[in-house]
Design a protein around this ligand. Sequence first.
Ligand code: SME
Length: 155
Amino acid sequence: MIDAKRMARYDRIYQQLQELIEGRSPGLIAAMATTCALLHAKMPHHSWTGFYLLAENGELHVGPYQGPVACQMLRDKGVCLHAARTRQPVVVPDVHAFPGHVACDPRSQSEIVVPLIKEGDVRGVLDIDAHKPGQFDEDDIPPLERILSLLDPYL
Ligand code: SME
């Protein structure tokens, strides 16, 4: 269960992003950069907030993000690739318990990944890390998917 405060924050972030992105962002990268800047700034538990984009060779290449320098390329394993391959969001309360987790930041303890899907194809993922365990649960998925829907016209 996420608390009411976080839910209210998601609502405010959605409304602000709607004003910033809808009909205003010049393209996908600008819309993604704006999304992760706001999400990262307004959610104190986020240690890293960003996007990976699916490349033609099946790798994930880093896109706009906020936080410490991250892995530029993900292949073969990891939470992000798992979400991209299954086309399903993944909540990881303890990253050490996820086989193949890629530790770009060794301080990361929990993580959530939500795929970006356009016409049935995965285009990339939103990845969020936290330095404390158990910072995300299933209730984070619908508000994050709502926020990501603002990127649909740009995918
Ligand atoms: N932990 C991710 C890698 C990306 S970083 O967290 C920014 C994974 O296992 O795919």
